[in-house]
Design a protein around this ligand. Structure first.
Ligand code: SF4
Length: 486
């Protein structure tokens, strides 16, 4: 019987998840591309952070051989003050690796490296477990710290490692967890070996769990978890053990939107507020410029004037339409070099967007923020870029505000749900089918991890994907006109 750090954190989240992990390994899903990218980012950040401690030594042996690692750590701790991936294991089965273990006199400090840009609550649980294991293995711990990325750092020239990271002392928060950790460990070690699955009801935050498909196997494709707020959905499910919308009393719907969604679902009808749609359409000024960006994000700033996790636009698609239902002109930009795409993109954008006419986007916050960042970066283009922002019209509004709603949207106004509700256009089967795919593949290209052939294929896929995003808005505009006149 053993309990690793990730087991412990899983148990803190949900005891049933820990039990399933230990007793039904076959239910654990394979890592997807996004998870693998996250691991990759974590490794890059760890490698950089270790530069803080040039005298640190790594425990160099297979990660699975915990006994050997723990023995090597003991030996190394007698001669070196900084150890990377130090390992300890207790007789009760608890074990963990510590990112950086530092000797200060007769005590030790733990440093946990994180690729996030702030301290999250679960880091405290993470460190509390590490402290428990190492103290019981004979390493008295004085300080627990998190070394995370500094979101305010802006790269100029070579990376400044000292400014890129922030070290936060969280010892006090960790100490408050002492008795909780001890109790949790006893519980988790006992629970693992129980023959019956722990009785934990399905709940709204299950969607984050790797066992979601298993625990949620009876949850319909559209359920109370989509329609209600998290608290109300959990309350209803706990009271009734049903997640079917058909069973939902009206009293659980606390907003007009929820009442509309419920009515449309139960009566299989489309909700239309013609006057509101007409009013929104009347605000459009032709020609329309349907605009969509793809962006790439890197934990470690790649270019000058970027920070950790800056969103760097590298592609846009622009469909131009001179009159309602009119013909389309299509302009697209994709930076196909391994360099900072922003200047080329900003110049092409300004040239392509004209001087008048509404710029239609879906969820304006994203495009507007990117434009403001580009304007701040290129003062000579600033006036023109900010003028584009003044012309932006958000197509999300008529769908989010339920001027037009189909039960096929499943209570969502995301274009990925709205589009199939009102058209036959689909992202199914596309090599790049969402913004996350686009970002991960483009990042791999920038980092030189693709062959030329792979990059060429990716460019083709990106043109298709981003082009479809703006064409989708054209189709939705046609639908809005159609329903306004019906
Ligand atoms: S899906 Fe929910 S109930 Fe099931 S293991 Fe995960 S968190 Fe627990």
């Amino acid at each position: 019987m053993y309990l690793s750090k990730s087991d412990y954190l899983m148990g803190v989240d949900c005891i049933k998840a820990l039990w399933l992990k230990k007793n039904h390994k076959e239910l654990i899903p394979q890592y997807d591309e996004t998870t693998l990218t996250t691991f990759d980012i974590g490794n890059q950040v760890q490698n950089l952070a270790r530069n803080f401690y040039p005298k640190g030594l790594m425990i160099e042996t297979e990660s699975w051989d915990i006994e050997k690692r723990a023995k090597l750590t003991k030996e190394l701790s007698k001669k070196n003050n900084v150890i990377f991936e130090a390992t300890a294991k207790l007789s009760n089965g608890c074990f963990c690796l510590i990112d950086i273990l530092i000797k200060k006199g007769a005590t030790w400090d733990i440093i946990e490296i994180k690729s996030a840009s702030s301290v999250k609550d679960y880091y405290i649980d993470d460190l509390a477990f590490q402290k428990y294991v190492f103290e019981n293995a004979g390493y008295p711990i004085k300080h627990c710290k998190v070394l995370h990325l500094n979101k305010d750092y802006v790269r100029h020239g070579a990376l400044n490692i000292k400014q890129l990271f922030i070290e936060e002392d969280v010892t006090e928060e960790v100490l408050l967890k002492k008795s909780e950790v001890e109790l949790n460990i006893k519980t988790f070690l006992t629970y693992q070996t129980m023959s019956d699955t722990p009785k934990i009801p399905f709940h709204s935050s299950c969607s984050e769990c790797p066992f979601y498909s298993y625990c949620g196997r009876d949850v319909p494709e559209y359920s109370i978890f989509d329609l209600l707020s998290a608290a109300k959905a959990d309350e209803f499910y706990n009271n009734t053990h049903s997640c079917n919308i058909e069973d939902l009393p009206l009293s659980y719907c606390t907003t007009d939107k929820q009442l509309i969604d419920l009515d449309c679902f139960l009566n299989n009808k489309i909700h239309v507020e013609k006057n509101k749609i007409k009013e929104w359409l009347a605000g459009l000024e032709y020609p329309l410029y349907y605009l969509d960006y793809e962006t790439v994000m890197s934990a470690i700033p790649m270019y000058d004037n970027t920070s950790p996790y800056s969103q760097i636009p590298f592609q846009f698609s622009l469909h131009i339409q001179k009159a309602p239902h009119g013909e389309l002109e299509h302009i697209e930009f994709l930076h196909q070099e391994q360099s900072d795409p922003r200047r080329n993109l900003a110049e092409t954008l300004v040239k392509s967007c004209g001087k008048k006419g509404s710029v239609v986007v879906y969820n304006q916050q994203f495009e507007k923020t990117r434009n403001k960042e580009l304007a701040a970066l290129f003062p000579d283009l600033s006036k023109d870029i900010l003028a584009i922002n003044e012309r932006i019209v958000d197509q999300l509004i008529p769908f989010r505000n339920r001027y037009l709603y189909s039960p096929k949207q499943k209570s969502s106004a995301s274009i990925k749900y709205v589009l199939p509700a009102f058209s036959n256009l689909s992202y199914k089967g596309m090599n790049i089918a969402n913004g996350g795919d686009a970002m991960n593949k483009y990042l791999a290209f920038l980092e030189g991890k693709q062959t030329d052939e792979e990059s060429q294929q990716m460019f083709t896929d990106l043109f298709k994907y981003c082009g479809q995003d703006t064409y989708a808005m054209v189709l939705l505009m046609d639908e809005l006109y159609k329903w306004a006149e019906k």
